[in-house]
Design a protein around this ligand. Sequence first.
Ligand SMILES: *Cc1c(COP(=O)(O)O)cnc(C)c1O
Length: 345
Amino acid sequence: MKNLKELVRPNIWNLKPYSSARNEFQGEASVFLDANENPYNEPYNRYPDPLQWKLKDKIAALKGIDRTSIFLGNGSDEAIDLSIRAFCEPAADAVLSIDPSYGMYQVAADINHVACRKVRLNNDFSLNAGALLQAVEANTKIIFLCSPNNPTGNILNRGELYKAINGFEGIVVIDEAYIDFSSSPSFLKELKDFPNVIVLQTLSKAWGGAGIRLGMAFASPEIIDILNKIKYPYNINQLTQERALELLNRREAMKGELSEILNERTLVETALLELPFVQRIYPSDANFILVKVDDPNATYDYLVRKGIIVRNRNTVTLCEGCLRITIGTPGQNNLLLKALQTRTL
Ligand SMILES: *Cc1c(COP(=O)(O)O)cnc(C)c1O
């Protein structure tokens, strides 16, 4: 890896971040008259902790990682955007991602006027690290790798991931939004061995917290410091910090729901394979499946008429004919299956 100073944009490296009242005084006191807050309407009259230490301590204990290696964002999307802003000079630098993959890498790059190049996965959606590294150019600062990948559902081969990480001098972002659904281990445990890796996770999927917007980035304390420097001072609001703590306290319940979803995934796959117009279901390490059907657009429209919305991925690279179907409750899955079993186009 290049040293961090060579990778970070010079203006960001030299940036003196905004210093809020909550930054300048931390600790216990009986009278707070430093932030122009209204003294009434407790407790929401007060600005939240800008670095969310209570929540980070909880996450640190849960994940077995130091709290200084955690950044919290308004969804993973904030961490994606800030990573690009920290490392990529607009109209000069580039990021690299795999194709097909999560759409936000391209959008965040576009917003920042940063080129997003893409390298096709193999036809079975596996990663060819050699081909990926061949696409690296002098201005490539970040590689985004989503594993398990969206919309394909597969986990990327670990050996290929190591090759990609070891063969690149810039930053590798591994998006693990779906890792809790996978039997493969997270990269978190190996973070210390890879100073150029940022691992993204989220409360939006396995934890069932998409509505409160909490994304997590894990990386070296040096990288985390840079992200903290450029985030909005109070990027995680008080309500989200509180609800996130509550959500993380229901780990056992979450595990139960997770195993039901995985169980349902198998049932849905088995039932779908019985249908004559289902050509193929790709192996999934996530809470959704990618299903190849004879007539994707008409099938999609038919399901909409039945009040069931799936994601039409027919026009996505390598996904011709495919619908992406999220696994729901047993009741919801049965409605989907019943509708498909009686499909009329
Ligand atoms: C759903 C998803 C996320 C989650 O994004 P949030 O902003 O945390 O809700 C991140 N990455 C991928 C690949 C996803 O599919």
